[in-house]
Design a protein around this ligand. Structure first.
Ligand SMILES: [Zn+2]
Length: 244
């Protein structure tokens, strides 16, 4: 079986749909982290949610339409969104309805090394409480080099940078809005139909039309500024009067 891999990869919802369809045509099926087998045509689809849960829901929708299952890694201590706000619970419920799993996206730099496992346990509890679902794995946010390829150690659940997920299976990621280290289709693992962990950041794929990283980020910041002004106005009469 040869996959029909067509042209350039577009960073949009359509582009994502085409990219994943090429995996399906090549015989790949999506599996959870605890199911992946090195020599099988297994695709472990991972999404680290750095900026906005709405992007996650849009990407999750594309994958649900293709009957594919991925794991969305969500931050409990994020500078960019809060899982405690009202809309977040709806977004997490949507991801569950779409059939996707949940993981913890953990910023290890917030903890001393000997407190990391305990911090992970506490964040896991909060994420499970809010989502109402078990957390399957941990991925580190902007991981320090010593964490990449490290063993599970004292972590309460598996983490995505363990050797079995990064060395035994081919690991490929979009980075800064492009495939800086080659597309998944250029890898020997793809040609030999062996397992691949594919990390895609929802922000780059959630748009209706292809946009570059700068456009996506500018749009996000503008949208958030506007939304924040509305929130301040809702909660504070003097500001409502100011902007009238
Ligand atoms: Zn991250």
């Amino acid at each position: 079986v040869t996959a029909r891999v067509e042209g350039e990869i577009a960073f949009s919802r359509d582009g994502l749909s085409h990219l994943l369809t090429d995996f399906v045509r090549a015989g790949y099926s999506t599996v959870r982290f605890d199911e992946v087998r090195t020599d099988d045509a297994h695709l472990v689809l991972r999404h680290d949610v750095d900026f906005d849960l709405r992007f996650a829901v849009r990407v999750g929708e594309v994958e649900a339409q293709l009957d594919l299952r991925s794991t969305f890694f969500i931050m409990v201590r994020s500078e960019c969104y809060s899982i405690l706000d009202g809309a977040a619970k709806e977004h997490l419920d949507r991801l569950a309805e779409q059939g996707h799993g949940i993981g913890l996206h953990l910023d290890a730099s917030l903890y001393a090394p000997d407190e990391l496992a305990e911090g992970a346990r506490e964040e896991l509890r909060i994420l499970e409480w809010i989502s109402g679902r078990p957390v399957e794995a941990i991925s580190f946010h902007r991981p320090a080099p010593h964490l990449v390829g490290s063993d599970r150690g004292a972590m309460p659940v598996p983490h995505t940078y363990e050797p079995r997920f990064t060395k035994d299976v081919h690991y490929v990621s979009d980075s800064q809005g492009r495939f800086r280290f080659g597309t998944p289709f250029e890898s020997p693992a793809f040609h030999e139909r062996r397992a691949i962990q594919l990390l895609l950041h929802p922000i780059w794929w959630a748009g209706m039309v292809p946009e570059d990283a700068e456009q996506r980020l500018r749009a996000l910041v503008a949208d958030r500024s506007h939304a924040f002004a509305s929130r301040v106005a809702r909660n504070c009469a003097p500001y409502r009067d100011m902007i009238r």
